[in-house]
Write a protein that binds this ligand. Structure first.
Ligand code: RB5
Length: 145
């Protein structure tokens, strides 16, 4: 699996935490920034990450901002992206099993680095259940097309 990760200025610390998790898990990753000490605009990071995922250049994406809301809203505008904003472990598992989400968004002003790490680990390792959930995702695909 290859993962692309990015954050705005509001998500740098959790991004660093998740990069250390990816290293521990021997997961190949690309870090798309930001290298920012001042304020940046989250769509400038969410949209290139989402493009990489939807083009199949990487398997999954992880996006962090202050709330995770801006990143997830922007990523979900890109065709083929199912981005979940997750701040609990139950949803991390369920969104992989039921929604086959290909991008995880989190908010650094909402949760701490320990919970973010646990969420990311579950999200990275939980497979899609398929079955009836596939039909539901196909309805999203049909709408997008
Ligand atoms: C930046 O101040 C903040 O708006 C951003 O990190 C994010 O929370 C947007 O949804």
């Amino acid at each position: 699996m290859k993962v692309v990760i990015a954050s705005d200025h509001g998500g740098i610390n959790i991004r660093k935490e998740i990069i250390s998790l990816l290293k521990e898990m021997n997961i190949e990753y690309e870090d798309m920034g930001c290298e920012c000490s001042t304020s940046v605009d989250y769509p400038d990071y969410a949209l290139p990450v989402a493009e990489k995922v939807t083009k199949g250049e990487v398997d999954r994406g992880i996006l962090i901002c202050g709330t995770g809301i801006g990143m997830s809203a922007a990523a979900n505008k890109v065709k083929g992206i199912r981005c979940a904003l997750v701040h609990d472990m139950f949803s991390a598992k369920a969104t992989r099993e039921h929604n086959d989400t290909n991008i995880l968004a989190m908010g650094e002003r909402v949760i701490g680095p320990g919970l973010a790490r646990d969420i990311a680990k579950i999200w990275l390792t939980t497979p899609f259940d398929g079955g009836r959930h596939k039909n539901r995702i196909n309805k999203i695909r049909t709408y997008e097309a």
